[in-house]
Design a protein around this ligand. Structure first.
Ligand code: ADP
Ligand code: ADP
Length: 229
């Protein structure tokens, strides 16, 4: 029931070593929060999990797919891994509904009627079905981020990666996105979240991983993590 397994993973950007000997296992249904200072390699690590970045040493396996330098089918990995970014990256010229339908139709070949049903289901899941026919620019930041979450869910991924999903939001919109993430966690979604939201980590995470300078320096249950000096 292992969804992500990283063994002794290292990554360099040129001569700069961004990740050093990372070992991390994420099991089905687990919620892992990664925190640590800016530049510590959090984003790089989770980007390696869906092959937005390539690691150079060690092994990463995602939902049974081994990620390696000669792999041809990156799309196969991305089908299994949903990702939500700090910036929402919605297609500006498409309605909310089409943003959600596009990947299932184009990447998975899901028929249009079925893709529409999926999109409506997951827009309801993030509590914005009434925004379906609007364009991203007509939505608040919090709503756009919830569309980005719904869009990822429409691919029915084995795991969801979140890269500081609330960092670019106005303060009053942070809670609605964290509530959506908390509700996904309650439903048993496997999640890896890079976030500075320690309240979220404390209430939702099964494990908190602390990174510094490209290393995992601590890995703990939230209770231990927050009570240790
Ligand atoms: P974090 O997510 O913890 O803020 P990152 O993974 O974004 O950290 O970055 C880790 C380090 O790698 C930083 O020093 C950053 O400047 C560097 N880095 C990230 N992306 C690149 C890149 N494409 N080229 C060179 N260096 C990079
Ligand atoms: P974000 O906080 O949205 O991840 P960043 O500023 O960390 O934004 O990174 C934006 C982009 O710039 C990423 O694609 C990252 O890989 C790249 N990047 C980050 N640091 C460096 C760096 N030192 N040199 C080159 N590219 C970098």
């Amino acid at each position: 029931d292992t969804v992500i397994e990283a063994k002794k993973v290292s990554k360099w950007y040129g001569a700069f070593r961004a990740l050093t000997d990372i070992n991390l296992t994420v099991r089905k249904g687990e919620r892992v929060v990664i925190c640590g200072p800016s530049g510590s390699g959090k984003s790089t690590l989770i980007r390696c999990f869906n092959r937005l970045e390539a690691h150079q040493e060690g092994e990463i396996t995602v939902n049974g797919i081994r990620l390696h330098s000669k792999m041809r089918d990156v799309a196969e990995v991305r089908k299994n891994v949903g990702m939500v970014f700090q910036h929402f990256n919605l297609f500006p010229h498409m309605t909310v509904l089409m943003n959600c339908m596009a990947a299932p139709m184009w990447i998975k070949g899901v028929p249009e009627a079925e893709a529409r049903k999926l999109a409506i289901k997951f827009l309801e899941r993030v509590h914005i079905p009434e925004q379906a026919n609007k364009y991203p620019a007509q939505l608040s930041g919090g709503q756009q981020q919830r569309v980005a979450i719904a869009r990822s869910l429409c691919m029915e991924p084995a795991v969801m990666l979140f890269d500081e999903p609330t960092s670019s939001l106005d303060p009053e919109m942070v809670a609605e996105v964290l509530d959506t993430m908390t509700s996904l966690a309650r439903d048993g979604m496997t999640m890896v979240c890079v976030t500075h939201e320690m309240g979220f980590a404390r209430s939702v995470a099964d494990r908190v991983v602390f990174m510094d300078a490209g290393l995992i320096v601590e890995e703990n249950k939230p209770h231990d993590f927050f009570t240790n000096p």
